[in-house]
Design a protein around this ligand. Structure first.
Ligand code: MLT
Length: 262
């Protein structure tokens, strides 16, 4: 399997331990474009990566979460990046938690955004199967429409910049290939409950949750942080599920403050 993945780099390469950011579903690395330069200006080197099949990274055939974590590791090792902070938004958080399960020694810290550590309920698994089927039968657009209603908070939707964010998000989702969507649904359906790993781990964890996130709400984020031995929870006001696009300044400030506190 090729380990080349599409990525963007922000900041200098000689500025200490980097932060690698992994996007959610059915998205790509550009959801971090508003946040990464802000983090870089605080002295952090940031790498935003497209998972296999998403954005500019080629689809490798059907994958599991473990395949994604191993592929990410191959790529980051090739880049000479370890150790690093690993961050993920939503599905990217599942990949980060899977990576943490497999390779905790690579990680200086975990930054989880709008995500959860638990596995899917029986009902959620059924929904994954349905969404995979819709993607296979009808393509990406109906899936984009299904996801769209839950992605952004009301504050964003009503703000002057809201329509541009909505348009950008819809474009990203509609361009996600249907095969990638179907495979990701099954990979997320079959993911483990990562909560027990957090009880055992000494890796510092920052959990950020948009106050208006309806997919992984603040109560869930609080539980993730309190499951971790070294967990910190920060609620991001005015954000829904894609806090990095909705409130990039607040997200960058929370990550910077946490990193400096370590
Ligand atoms: C995501 O944003 O990555 C997805 O909403 C995650 C999920 O569906 O569990």
């Amino acid at each position: 399997m090729l380990s080349e993945l599409a990525y963007d780099q922000f900041g200098e390469s000689n500025t200490g331990i980097p932060l690698v950011l992994v996007h959610g579903f059915p998205l790509d690395r550009t959801i971090f474009a508003p946040v990464a330069p802000r983090l870089a200006s605080s002295g952090l080197r940031v790498l935003t990566v497209d998972l296999p099949g998403f954005g500019g990274s080629a689809f490798p055939g059907d994958f599991s979460l473990e395949d994604l974590a191993r592929r990410l590791r191959g790529f980051l090792t090739q880049q000479g990046l370890t150790p690093f902070f690993l961050g993920g938004l939503s599905m990217g958080g599942y990949v980060a938690l899977q990576y943490h399960r497999l390779f905790p020694a690579d990680l200086t810290g975990l930054v989880l955004i709008d995500t959860k550590s638990s596995d899917d309920t029986a009902e959620a698994k059924e929904n994954r199967n349905r969404m995979a089927e819709v993607a296979r039968r009808e393509g990406s657009k109906p899936v984009a429409r299904m996801m769209f209603t839950k992605m952004l908070g009301e504050t964003t939707r009503k703000s002057p910049g809201g329509p541009a964010i909505e348009q950008r998000l819809m474009d990203i989702m509609e361009h996600c290939p249907a095969g990638t969507i179907a495979s990701a649904c099954i990979a997320m359906r079959d993911r483990a409950d990562f909560t027990p790993d957090l009880h055992r781990s000494d890796v510092p964890l920052l959990m950020l949750t948009g106050a208006e996130d309806v997919i992984a709400p603040p109560a869930v984020g609080r539980e993730v942080a309190s499951a971790a031995r070294r967990g910190t929870f920060v609620e991001i006001p005015g954000a829904g599920h894609i806090a990095t696009m909705e409130q990039p300044e607040r997200v960058a400030a929370a990550i910077t403050a946490w990193r400096r506190s370590l």
